[in-house]
Design a protein around this ligand. Structure first.
Ligand code: PLP
Length: 403
C-alpha cells in the first residue's frame, strides 16, 4: 500500500471523486461556498450579495444586537474557551444557568448540554441503552440517531417514515424480546420538512411499555404558537415525551445540543455519558449566546409569528405553482422536488445566478430521483424577498419543465 486513500473503500472514493469532477467540469458545484459574513437573510458570496434560502438561523438571531452584546461580554469575562471537560473543570456559571433555562423552557425537571447536537444524540442513546435493549427509529431519523444506535450495544429497528401502524407492528413483534425499548423520532424531519405525529407516537409507545424521545433540532424556535417546539405545536402536557433533545445551532444561534427530562436521568448522564466526561465543554461565549436566545424567543414572539407567516406564504406559493413539496407543512424546511441529481444541481446553479443561495440535496441523502432544493425560510425574509424567491422559482421551474 502506498497511498492513504487505499484505506477507503475503493468504489466509494472513485464514485465520489468522479461525481465531484463532473460537477466541477460543468461548473455546477455549489457546495462549501465560503460565505463572507453572517448567515442572515442575505449573505455575501464571491463578493455578491444574495438572498439566503438555506440558513438554519430560523429566527434571524445570528446578528441580533443582544446576542452580539452578550457574546462580547462573555468573551471579556471568560476568555475564549472552557479549559476543561464538563465533569471536571469546564463547568462555568453560564453552563449551569443555561441548563436551568432549558429545563424551564422545555418544562422538564433538568437538562444537560453537550458541545454538539450530533454528539448529544450519539452519547444519549449509547449511554442509556445496552445489550438487552431495543431502539426503534423512524427511517428518516437524523444520522446522529443512527450513529447513536450503532455505538450502543442495543439492537435497533426502523419503522416506515411517520407510519403509525408500522411503528405499532414493530413494537408488537419485538417488544417482548427486550428489557427496555426507546422510540426515537425527529420532531421536524430535516430533509422532508414534515412533523412527527407525536401524540399518537407517545400513545402507541405507552401501549407497548416503551419510552419516547424526540429530536427537536428544527422544531425548537420554529413550530408551535410560542415557537417552543413539538409539545407546544400539539399542546402536549409536560412530561408526555420522556426525552426531549434539541440543538443550539439552528434557531438558537450558537453551537451544542441538550437533553431535557427527568432529574435522575440527567444526573446519571452527567456522570456516565462519555461526551460530558471526555470532551471539552461548550465555550462560555457560545453558552452565553444560547442563554440569551431562549430569552429572545420568549420576549420577541413577533419573530416566531413572522417566521410562521413566511412559511405559509412560501409553501402556499410554491404549491400553487405546481411544485411538489412532499408533506412539508408549518415548518421552515420546505423541500422543492426537482428530480435527478444533475437537474437539481442545475436548478440550484440557476437560482444562484439570479441571486438566491439554496442548497441542492441529492442521493444518498435523499432517495434517487428525489433530488430537491432544500429551502429554509427565515423570520427575517421580507415580502420583497418572498416575491423574488417565488418568481425566480417559477421562472426556472417553467424553463426546466419542473412545473
Ligand atoms: N438532529 C437533527 C435532526 C439535525 O438536523 C442535526 C443537524 O443538522 C443534528 C441533530 C445535529 O446537530 P448539530 O448540527 O447541532 O450538531
Amino acid at each position: 500500500m502506498t497511498d492513504i486513500t487505499e484505506i477507503i473503500d475503493n468504489k466509494r472514493i472513485k464514485d465520489l471523486l468522479a461525481r465531484e469532477k463532473n460537477l466541477e467540469r460543468f461548473n455546477l458545484n455549489t457546495y462549501m461556498l465560503p460565505i463572507e459574513g453572517p448567515s442572515s437573510r442575505t449573505v455575501t458570496v464571491e463578493g455578491k450579495e444574495m438572498i439566503m434560502l438555506g440558513s438554519y438561523s430560523y429566527l434571524g438571531l445570528i446578528s441580533h444586537p443582544e446576542i452580539i452584546k452578550v457574546a462580547h461580554e462573555a468573551l471579556d469575562k471568560y476568555g475564549s474557551g472552557a479549559g476543561g471537560v464538563r465533569l471536571l473543570t469546564g463547568t462555568t456559571v453560564l453552563h449551569k444557568q443555561l441548563e436551568n433555562r432549558i429545563a424551564e423552557f422545555k418544562h422538564t425537571e433538568d437538562s444537560i448540554i453537550y458541545s454538539s447536537g450530533y454528539v448529544t444524540n450519539m452519547t444519549l442513546i449509547s449511554t442509556l441503552l445496552g445489550k438487552d435493549d431495543l431502539v426503534i427509529i423512524d427511517k428518516y431519523d437524523h444520522q446522529s440517531i443512527y450513529d447513536g444506535c450503532i455505538l450502543s450495544k442495543a439492537d435497533w429497528k426502523r419503522f416506515n417514515h411517520n407510519d403509525l401502524s408500522d411503528l405499532d407492528r414493530v413494537l408488537e413483534e419485538h417488544r417482548k424480546h427486550y428489557k427496555r425499548v426507546l422510540v426515537v423520532v425527529d420532531g421536524v424531519y430535516s430533509m422532508d420538512g414534515d412533523i412527527a405525529p407525536m401524540p399518537e407516537i407517545v400513545d402507541i409507545a405507552k401501549k407497548h411499555d416503551a419510552f419516547t424521545m424526540v429530536d427537536e433540532a428544527h422544531a425548537l424556535g420554529a413550530i408551535g404558537p410560542n415557537g417552543k417546539g413539538i409539545d407546544d405545536y400539539y399542546d402536549m402536557k409536560p412530561g408526555s415525551i420522556d426525552i426531549m433533545m434539541g440543538t443550539l445551532s439552528k434557531a438558537i444561534p450558537s453551537i451544542g445540543g441538550y437533553i431535557a427530562g427527568n432529574k435522575k436521568m440527567i444526573t446519571y448522564l452527567r456522570y456516565a455519558s462519555n461526551a460530558f466526561i471526555f470532551s471539552a465543554a461548550l465555550p462560555p461565549v457560545m453558552t452565553a449566546v444560547a442563554l440569551k436566545a431562549f430569552d429572545i424567543i420568549e420576549d420577541e414572539k413577533e419573530r416566531v409569528h413572522a417566521l410562521q407567516k413566511n412559511i405559509k406564504t412560501f409553501i402556499g406559493g410554491v404549491k400553487e405553482m405546481g411544485f411538489d413539496t412532499l408533506k412539508s407543512k408549518d415548518t421552515p424546511i420546505v423541500p422543492v422536488i426537482i428530480g435527478d441529481d444533475i437537474k437539481t444541481f442545475r436548478f440550484a446553479k440557476k437560482m444562484k445566478k439570479e441571486g438566491i443561495l439554496v442548497p441542492p440535496i441529492v442521493f444518498p441523502a435523499v432517495p434517487r430521483e428525489g433530488g430537491r432544493l432544500r429551502c429554509c425560510v427565515v423570520a427575517t425574509h421580507t415580502e420583497d424577498d418572498m416575491d423574488k424567491i417565488l418568481s425566480t422559482l417559477e421562472k426556472i421551474g417553467k424553463d426546466m419543465k419542473v412545473i
